[in-house]
Design a protein. Structure first.
Length: 149
């Protein structure tokens, strides 16, 4: 059988199946690819204090943390002031599809991409949040808020 005859016998359906299989891996590409669930895995904490980074609460860039319910995102971490006036921090990466879409809303962490919801301890509140969320400890000394590993 010659090549032309073979290709005719295989037909367009097989050609489509082969093409789809080859390209299928490219169809769903994460716009925020990560090598690990923890975006700070490559940023080692201070070996003595365990601090990942600090936030100067007196700086104008931190003004959102002056009010309860306010939050900011820094170094792939959502830092917020909960309704009790305590500082909380969580990864910005949602465990549902590893997208950097976590915000702080109504005293919980919320994924704007899929609607996953997490309480302040990182426990999932709805089905999309069932894997939980990485929470970071915080420590306050004067106006310096430390986010700990």
């Amino acid at each position: 059988m010659e090549r032309k005859e073979f290709l005719r016998s295989v037909g367009a359906g097989a050609a489509f199946a082969i093409t789809f299989a080859c390209l299928g891996g490219c169809l769903k590409e994460d716009p925020n690819p990560l090598t690990t669930e923890d975006p700070n895995a490559n940023t080692p904490p201070d070996p003595v204090t365990g601090v990942l980074f600090t936030v100067d609460l007196s700086a104008s860039t931190s003004s959102k943390l002056q009010n309860t319910g306010g939050y900011l995102t820094k170094n792939n971490v959502v830092v917020a002031k909960d309704l009790k006036g305590e500082y909380v921090a969580a990864t910005v990466v949602c465990s549902h599809e590893l997208r950097k879409d976590i915000i702080f809303n109504n005293d919980e962490f919320y994924c704007t991409a899929h609607g996953a919801r997490f309480d302040l301890t990182g426990k999932g509140i709805n089905n999309d949040g069932k894997r939980g969320l990485r929470i970071y400890a915080t420590s306050l000394e004067g106006n310096i808020l430390s986010i700990l590993a």
